[in-house]
Design a protein around this ligand. Structure first.
Ligand code: ZN
Length: 109
């Protein structure tokens, strides 16, 4: 259970702890560690990371089945408050420009 060293936690909104609690429980259920890989960060204006309303978690240590299970269960348990999705690796001209991960953001409906 790891919080990546160089990510910024200060500025992450307190409401995100509700999502994090569910993520931690779901990783425990499949007996795999969780890695928080992104909190507050600069980036596109549309990204909720810039305002502290999004968190990213590593997914590459999971099987496809486990990725699906985590995505489905976290999304179901936090529906109406958060969006939780699996973002696959993006390659451009053969280079990885974005590594796969889970992205969760506060989006009350
Ligand atoms: Zn994200």
């Amino acid at each position: 259970m790891t919080i990546t060293k160089n990510l910024q936690l200060q500025g992450v909104q307190p409401v995100m702890l509700f999502l994090h609690g569910v993520v931690v429980e779901e990783f425990a259920k499949i007996d795999k560690p969780w890695f928080l890989t992104s909190g507050l960060r600069r980036g596109g204006k549309k990204s909720l990371h810039t305002r502290g309303f999004a968190l990213d978690y590593r997914s590459r240590h999971l099987t496809p089945q486990e990725k699906a299970t985590i995505t489905r269960n976290v999304a179901k348990r936090t529906a109406g408050h958060f969006d939780f999705i699996f973002e696959p690796t993006v390659r451009r001209l053969g280079r990885v420009v974005k590594t796969e991960h889970f992205h969760g953001e506060y989006d009350p409906k």
